[in-house]
Design a binder for this molecule. Structure first.
Ligand SMILES: *Cc1c(COP(=O)(O)O)cnc(C)c1O
Length: 361
């Protein structure tokens, strides 16, 4: 039993029960005498794993039948290309809501395929970063779709409302918040998420796409990024990342056992509230994000006295609180507390933050 808590932003913690289960079956999976990594993706055994993963995910997110569930290669960044390649159709424009680092990266990649609109929604109000409500987004009327990122993993900024613009296709990069809270899939044309934040190991990217949208890919779209092709071949046009797929499936089963998304959402709220409460007590720790846009998954904070940053990280590390360093482009601290992080881990971090403040404040 390891005694560390891993706050890494991604690849990140995987539930310990899942790791034990994978370990138990590692060398002799399903009584086949070998590991699951060593069998064909076309074997009936693996196809069963693949189907169950899809079914469980459909259950967890309440995905309607008229949505395809795809297990794709290429990471979330692959989707930065796949989305315009598949959804632009005859349009030359797409709207990109800019709420932070990742949504801006998606915008930059889209420039290869169209003329995306960079729609800034960040404001500073009383020294706090705040995001415009979707009713105030400056959407254009000639765009193929609206792309946005509900959880900016690096900035620690979230959009909790589900944007609605009549017939407009909404595309969401849910890489760091999928399965963390209840969502209404029907509000989206497409949802994608790299697995390595809130699901399982890296190597696989989940795409949920409304069936009627998969027929308009550009002729130049690489086959492995084309939704219609992936769907036709049950996400096995090329050899998929079988181990990631299998492990993601185990995580889905774990989550169902934990009471599903509704229950984990409650726990996630409790976890992030605990940290924000400590941050807000005084100005020893600082978080500059408007309360309504604070991330439940990636809690970012600075020490008012930035000279203490280094000591904070060293001492936290000694206590087994790992990977708390903020992303290099923003600095400070970041505690990524995805579904797999137990409440106890967050409690330990909270206790440490209080101790550290007493010692150095
Ligand atoms: C990590 C992340 C990405 C990039 O994911 P890759 O799988 O490395 O391409 C994109 N968007 C968000 C919101 C992320 O958190």
């Amino acid at each position: 039993m390891s005694s560390i808590y891993n706050f890494s932003a991604g690849p990140s913690m995987i539930p310990q029960d899942v790791l034990y289960e994978a370990q138990k079956d590692f060398l002799n999976w399903n009584q086949l005498g070998c590991s699951i990594m060593e069998i064909s993706h076309r074997s009936k055994e693996f196809i069963q794993v693949a189907l169950e993963a899809e079914e469980d995910l459909r259950d967890l997110l309440n995905i309607p039948d008229f949505y395809k569930v795809l297990f794709c290669p290429g990471g979330a960044r692959g989707q930065f290309s796949a989305v315009p390649l598949n959804l632009l159709n005859k349009y030359k424009n797409a709207d990109y809501i800019n709420s932070g680092y990742w949504s801006y990266c998606a915008f930059l990649e889209a420039q290869k395929y169209c003329i995306p609109n960079n729609i800034l929604i960040k404001k500073i109000i009383n020294g706090k970063v705040s995001l415009l409500n979707s009713t105030d987004w400056n959407i254009s009327n000639n765009s193929a779709y609206i792309h946005y990122c509900p959880n900016e993993t690096i900035d620690g900024i979230s959009i909790y409302e589900e944007p609605y613009f009549h017939e407009k296709i909404i595309v969401g990069d849910f890489s760091s918040c999928i399965l963390s809270r209840v969502i209404n899939v029907e509000k989206y044309g497409l949802i994608y998420a790299g697995a390595q934040k809130n699901i399982g190991p890296s190597g696989i990217t989940i795409v949920l796409v409304r069936e009627d949208l998969i027929h308009y890919a550009s002729k130049k779209s690489p086959s492995i990024l084309t939704y219609h092709t992936l769907s036709k071949y049950n996400s096995m046009f090329n050899t998929p990342a079988t181990f990631s797929w299998y492990l993601s499936g185990l995580v889905f089963k774990w989550l169902k056992k934990k009471g599903g998304v509704k229950n984990i959402e409650r726990i996630n709220q409790k976890k992030s509230n605990l940290l924000y409460k400590i941050i807000d007590r005084n100005d020893f720790y600082i978080n500059k994000i408007d309360k309504k846009n604070r991330s439940q998954m990636n809690v970012v904070f600075d020490l008012k006295n930035s000279k203490l940053n280094k000591i904070f990280l060293i001492e936290a590390n000694k206590r087994g609180l790992k990977s708390l360093k903020g992303h290099c482009i923003v600095g400070g601290m970041r505690a990524s507390i995805y579904n797999a992080m137990p409440f106890k881990g967050v409690q330990e971090l909270a206790d440490f933050m209080l101790y550290f403040e007493k010692r150095y404040g």
